[in-house]
Design a protein around this ligand. Structure first.
Ligand code: 5GP
Ligand code: ZN
Length: 134
């Protein structure tokens, strides 16, 4: 993808603070971190979102997320960890190259990854089960 900033960063055309790199991924520090150590896992090949991501890369991305979560937790001594992955503008995605957010959490950090719980009504449950399971 010619004009994709994360393609350029992942492939080393634009410099970024790199925590890890292999043939398929680069893990960089987020320029607008939610917390100390907020990092992004970027595949080196372009997929706009999870819907486009090949299964093999999806599997490897999760294994890498696990590995990086352990490494960052040990190094920065955080108290918890969020892994966040946004798809589509309505879901908060702003860069349309698949990425996973690795967000270390610290006691009292005030990072807002939360929502107000709703209610799963009988009607809604049945509708969803029928539509998704088919
Ligand atoms: P999204 O909102 O798409 O899930 O996340 C995009 C993330 O990329 C944001 O957290 C933002 O701070 C980060 N970001 C955007 N542009 C750059 C950049 O050029 N370099 C780095 N390192 N992070 C970026
Ligand atoms: Zn891209």
């Amino acid at each position: 993808m010619e004009n994709c900033i994360f393609c350029k960063i992942a492939n080393g055309e634009i410099p970024a603070a790199t925590l890890y790199e292999d043939e398929e991924f680069r893990v960089i520090l987020d320029l607008g971190p939610a917390s100390k150590g907020h990092a992004l896992i970027l595949p080196k090949t372009h997929a706009a979102n999870i819907y486009e991501l090949p299964d093999e890369l999806a599997a490897k991305a999760m294994v890498l997320a696990k590995k990086m979560a352990g490494k960052i937790t040990d190094a920065l001594q955080c108290d918890g960890f969020n892994i966040v992955q946004n798809n589509g503008e309505m879901a908060g995605q702003t860069v349309f190259h698949f990425h996973m957010h690795l967000i270390p959490r610290y006691k009292g950090d005030g990072v807002g990854i939360t929502w107000t719980p709703g209610t799963l009504t009988d009607e809604m449950r049945e509708e969803i089960l029928a539509k998704v399971k088919g």
